[in-house]
Ligand binder design. Structure first.
Ligand SMILES: Nc1ncnc2c1ncn2[C@@H]1O[C@H](COP(=O)(O)OP(=O)(O)OP(=O)(O)O)[C@@H](O)[C@H]1O
Length: 349
């Protein structure tokens, strides 16, 4: 049975400033790679997160029609799979990490290309393309070829190209990776503005908690080709069900029978001697890495039970305790810092 995801909540539909348009319902099966169901309301932004190989790109490829799948895809109440709709007839806008702009075309021609393919005459297509480049802040670069653009500029052109055709589905596969932090931040803010006006469904594959928290209305967590969790960014960040998401949002999660127990790294005490307290809240562990983290030092350690936990300690404590990789330590957390929640696959009914 496919895992089930319901995204695009009532709040997403009525949320401030969100345009609404065609929604998405898909049940996607790609043997050995993905078995998932996605429902998202028009105007919603769904962050797709999960570890490497989880099936994120496979999901986007199946929706775009470039990856063969079984199941169904329905956009705006119209089936794209029965009968199969050719890739070029799917109203999809794609933005990838490596931009995928045509190298022999100028920025303007790249954006106009999609419009021309949809039957617009040359002059209006070029005028519209220029408008979109202007909106993305790269209007003055219209005549440049992709190789004459910086990574951030090229990604702006790619976003302009994707949005210019007014797609029903916008698929963004790690659009900020490979960009400098400052450039990525500026582009994230810019994209948030355009997504607010976007009436279709946007799926954003990302490895960054910040993207999910700032851009998305809903989060879909994939793991091993299955839907591991769905919910609002706030739900998922507060109650991560997978180690991957726990790491992404900077929390420790330990499993205890039918419950997850989560706690922040700042709540973990590190000592060299076995501390008092319940076995539930203390672990013997070996230090794996020690890195600066803001004003603190972040320690990653593996417990005797092979669980990886993170702890933040002061730089003084790190020196005093000799916290180098390989060091055997005890980790303790106070019960009052632990949040307990069920190990269910969805936070929503
Ligand atoms: N063209 C392909 N043919 C067969 N299997 C593939 C193909 N592309 C990916 N896979 C496999 O499908 C599974 C899902 O891969 P996918 O690329 O969708 O994961 P992902 O979540 O996007 O990962 P990443 O974060 O590393 O990009 C993996 O096991 C992968 O090895």
């Amino acid at each position: 049975m496919a895992d089930h995801l319901v995204t695009g909540s009532e709040e997403a539909l009525s949320g401030p400033g969100r345009a609404t348009g065609p929604g998405l319902h898909a049940r996607v099966r790609v043997p050995g790679r993905l078995d998932a169901e996605v429902t998202a309301a028009g105007g919603s932004v769904v962050a797709v997160i999960g570890p490497n190989g989880a099936g994120k790109s496979t999901l986007l490829g199946a929706l775009a029609g470039t990856t063969a799948m079984a199941g169904e895809v329905e956009v705006g109440g119209r089936s794209w799979t029965a009968p199969p709709l050719a890739v070029r007839h799917r109203r999809v806008g794609l933005v990838f990490q490596d931009q995928s702009l045509f190298p022999h075309l100028s920025a303007l021609e790249n954006v106009a290309f999609g419009l021309r393919a949809r039957g617009r005459a040359r002059t209006p297509a070029r005028a519209r393309a220029q408008e979109w480049l202007d909106r993305l802040g790269v209007g003055e670069l219209a005549a440049r070829r992709p190789r004459q653009l910086s990574g951030g500029q090229a990604q702006r052109v790619a976003i302009a190209r994707a949005l210019a055709t007014e797609p029903e589905l916008l698929l963004l596969d790690e659009p900020f990776s490979g960009l400098d932090v400052g450039v990525a931040t500026a582009l994230r803010i810019e994209l948030a503005r355009h997504l607010a006006d976007f009436a279709g469904v946007a799926l954003l594959v990302t490895h960054h908690a910040l993207d999910a928290l700032t851009l998305a209305d809903e989060v879909l967590v994939l793991d091993g080709g299955r839907v591991a969790q769905t919910g609002t960014p706030r739900d998922v960040a507060a109650h991560p069900l997978t180690d991957h998401v726990a790491r992404l949002v900077g929390l420790n999660v330990v499993v205890d029978a039918d419950t997850n127990r989560s706690f922040p790294p700042s709540a973990v005490t590190v000592s060299l001697r076995a501390p008092e307290g319940s076995a539930r809240n203390r672990w013997r562990a070996s230090v794996l890495s020690v890195v600066p983290h803001g004003d603190a030092v972040r320690l990653l350690a593996r417990t005797d039970g092979a669980q990886e936990l993170i702890a933040d300690v002061t730089p003084e404590a790190a020196v005093e305790l000799g916290l180098d990789p390989g060091r055997e330590v005890w980790l303790t957390v106070k019960e009052t810092s632990v949040r307990t929640y069920p190990r269910t696959a969805s936070m929503r009914p």
